[in-house]
Structures are given as C-alpha cells and as structure tokens.
Design a protein around this ligand. Structure first.
Ligand code: NAD
Length: 436
C-alpha cells in the first residue's frame, strides 16, 4: 500500500519505517526542514535501538521517503497517518492545533478516497473534529480512524513490530478493511487487532497511560511510607508483583515518571474529565505526588551537606527520562539540575545518549563528560537519575578513587543496600533505609 505519515518525530519515524519494513511504500512528511534534509541524506534523527537497521534498509530499497511538502507526501496514499504533537495547552488540555491544521490542509489536498488516521494521542471526540475540518474543503470521500500508538521509547521498534494489541476506532467498514490489511503482518502471532468506536479508542490510550502512571505513583507512595515505617520497597515489590493480578511491571520505585507522554496525558485526561464535569480525584493525586517525587532526594542531599550546597561539585549519572532513549522531555533530571544550579552547585553529568539534547536546554551551565567515571572526578557526591544498565555494575575501585566522598543519592535504586554497606558508602535511595 502507499502510506503517508505526517509528522516525523519519535512516533512518525518509527511508524513510517516499520510500515516500510512490511513492504509498503511510505512517505514521511515534516515541516522541520533541517530534520527532513537529514533524513533524506539517510541520517537518522532519533536514537531508538534497532531503528537504524530498518531505516537504512528501507531507504536503500526506496520504500521510505521524506518530504516537507504535504501535497507531494500524500499523493496516491491510501492511508494517511497523523503523528503530530499534541502538547499541553495553557490549561493543560491537549492542544489540537497541529492536528487540526493538518486536517484542514488535507481537506484542500485530498484527490481520492483515503483513510486519515489519528495516531497522535488525542482526547475523546477528536476524530469527529478532524473529520469536520477535512470535510470543510474535501471534494472526495474519506474516513477518519483513531489508531492510538502504544509504543514505548527505547523498545519502540519491538513494540511496533510485535504489538500486544492494535486498537482501531472506526465505524467505517471500508476503513476497517484497509487497517486490517495494513496491520495483519504485525499480529501474526495471534495478538488482536481490537476494533471499536472512535471515542473508545481515543479513551483507551489515555486510560492506558493514566493507569500506568498511577501504578508507578502508587508504588512511589508505598516507597515513601516504607522509608518511614522501616520497610524495604524492593521486598514489598517482589511480594506483590508475584501476584498475577498485580504483575511485576511498573512497580519499581523511583524519582517519578517523566517523558513526553505520561505527564501530559494524565493532565489531559483530567482536563477531559473536567469538561464532562467529572472530578477525577485519583489523577489529581497522581500529578501532585509525581511532582513532589521528582525532587524527593533534594532535602536529603541538602541535609547531608548541612544545608550548604554552594560551591559543591556533584556528579550526575543519567539525564534521559528513562534508559535507551535520548528523550529528555519532562525528565526528573532536568528539574533536579535546575534546582541544584540555583543552589550554586557545579554539576558534571554523563548520559549515554541524551547529552546533546540536554545541551540545547541547559547549555554550558553544566559540564558534560565522556564516561560515567569522568563525571566523578573530585565530585562531593554522586546522583543517579536514570537507570541506564551501564551504571549498574561500575568498577567501585575506580569510583572510590575519583569521588571525593563516598556518598550516593540514587533515584533509581540501582544498588543493593548490603553492597553499599560493604563498600562503606553513605547511600540514599528510594523506599529503603539510608545506609550510613
Ligand atoms: P515529536 O515531537 O517527536 O514529533 C512530532 C513531529 O511533528 C515533529 O517532527 C514536528 O516537526 C512535526 N510537525 C509539527 N507540525 C507539523 C505539520 N504541520 N506537518 C508536518 N509535521 C509537523 O512527537 P512524538 O513523540 O512523535 O509524538 C507524536 C504524538 O504521538 C503525540 O500525540 C504523542 O502523545 C503520541 N505518542 C507518543 C509516544 C512517544 O513515546 N513519543 C508514544 C505514543 C504516542
């Protein structure tokens, strides 16, 4: 099939590349000229494990193309995906300006029947709005389908190629057939394509993200209570995670969730609830708790240094909002770094993939190092914000030599308490006793 993907960011590039991989001819459209020029030269614009191989192959085999021109991009496309940003508007609800602008443009440009697919995360009722916008100018028949995306950054290719499920919201039999044909190669192992109405599909995406954010936040509150009550959250996690009704995933305590999805989607769902005059109390708590959780280590850090951080040098391991991505949107690291800079701290940071993105936000206010160890030299303490595997088993003989003091503030519980005790570290983590 001929497919167009409008918006070539994390979701758009993965979507376009994976559809090309199953033999479709895909054109990805983006308004960012610099991005498109890079892509046209065969240079990948995001870090996503495994994507580069598929990207190279499909460009070489001419199934994957890029353009800044929407008209050119959608020419002959049977299915047009909208993978556009839906950032929080001023009041926190999802801002649909990019999606509706693209819909309006499509109305002028459609020359033959096409299925227009909302792949962006959009509030209930958006498919109807997109339909109405296109219809303002369209001279041909078309359908609008909601097909929310569930990929996780860091394992996006795997998630896209072998999804647990594909959700398709449509009331059109014709559109349903197109979507079924497109997704069949991805669900050969038997995972379902779940068809439903558009509104339910839109709600499904928010319900999934809000549930996961709530699960993380619940566990963070258990962790906070564990600290006070003298329990160990890791033991509690194992104790409850083995219950199949609860499950093992999303139970790791830490300094809160970040990223481009959970924060904005929880907020947007709460706004949708407001719109329908429903008071979604759990979501309000989730947002408040997560906000506090992000900087949870700071009071302990200040306490450790007798409330005088000025002039201290701190090593930071991990900047991305989670491992295996260069995405720093809403990353807890940033909030902590800004707070620490305001205290007059010098920061030396290392991240395997996210340093270029952080440079664009924080610039030279912090120092970036070539290795985890580089950040430790003469630092008064080590702070860990992201659980990249490379941080899990460092050579502590080297760490001991470089760090000025044996102090670690670990926002991701990378190390065992016994290990820290044996190594003689003062070790602060989440939901576990402080090793002194
Ligand atoms: P992104 O910011 O990485 O990419 C969006 C792209 O759209 C950018 O490259 C931007 O230049 C481009 N763009 C903006 N206006 C345009 C226009 N008029 N025409 C063409 N291109 C335009 O965003 P993303 O992370 O890919 O997210 C896209 C959507 O998918 C959002 O609604 C998000 O909530 C949802 N989503 C994201 C993820 C994720 O993990 N990132 C997962 C599931 C769903």
């Amino acid at each position: 099939m001929k497919i167009a993907v409008v918006g070539t960011g994390y979701v758009g590039l993965v979507t376009g590349t994976c559809f090309a991989e199953t033999g479709n001819n895909v054109t990805c459209v983006d308004i960012d000229t610099e991005k498109v020029n890079k892509l046209k030269k065969g240079k990948i614009t995001i870090y996503e494990p495994g994507l580069d191989v598929l990207f190279d192959r499909n460009i070489k085999q001419e199934r994957l193309k890029f353009t800044t021109n929407l008209e050119e991009g959608i020419k002959g496309a049977q299915i047009i995906f909208l993978a556009l940003p839906t950032p929080p508007g001023e009041d926190g609800s999802a801002d649909l300006k990019y999606v509706l602008q693209a819909a309006s443009d499509l109305g002028h440009l459609l020359e033959e029947y096409a299925v227009v697919v909302d792949k962006s995360t959009v509030p209930v009722g958006t498919a109807e709005k997109v339909h109405a916008k296109i219809a303002e100018n369209a001279k041909v028949d078309f359908d609008v389908v909601s097909n929310p995306e569930f990929l996780r950054e860091g394992v996006a290719v795997e998630d896209f190629m072998k999804p647990d499920r594909v959700v398709v919201g449509t009331s059109s039999e014709k559109a349903r057939k197109f979507m079924e044909k497109l997704y069949m190669p991805f669900v050969r192992q038997g995972n379902p394509i779940i068809f439903m109405d558009e509104r339910s599909a839109e709600m499904t995406k928010y319900a999934a993200n809000a549930f996961l954010a709530t699960k993380i936040t619940f566990m963070n509150e258990i962790a906070n209570l564990c600290e006070k009550a003298g329990a160990n959250v890791d033991n509690v996690r194992q104790g409850i995670g083995t219950d199949t009704r609860i499950g093992k995933r999303f139970l790791f305590a830490g300094i809160g969730y970040g990223g481009s999805c959970f924060p904005k989607d929880v907020q947007a769902l709460e706004k949708t609830a407001n719109e329908y005059e429903y008071d979604f109390k759990i979501l309000k708590s989730v947002m408040n708790v997560n906000q506090e959780q992000k900087t949870k280590l700071l009071p302990q850090l200040k306490g450790h240094f007798n409330n005088d951080l000025k002039g201290k040098t701190l090593a930071v391991w991990g900047l991305s909002f989670k491992p295996y991505t260069d995405d720093i949107r809403e990353a807890p690291s940033l909030e902590n770094i800004h707070a620490l800079l305001a205290e007059g701290v010098t920061i030396k940071a290392y991240d395997p993939e996210a340093m270029d993105n952080v440079k664009q936000v924080v610039g030279d206010k912090i120092e970036y190092t070539d290795s985890p160890y580089g950040a430790l030299l003469d630092a008064d303490a080590l702070l860990i914000f992201t659980e990249w595997p490379v941080f899990r088993t460092p050579d502590f003989e080297v760490v001991n030599k470089l760090l000025k003091n044996k102090v670690i503030f670990d926002g991701r519980n990378l190390f065992e308490l016994e290990q820290m005790q044996e190594l003689g570290y003062k070790y602060y983590s989440i939901g576990r006793e402080v090793v002194k």
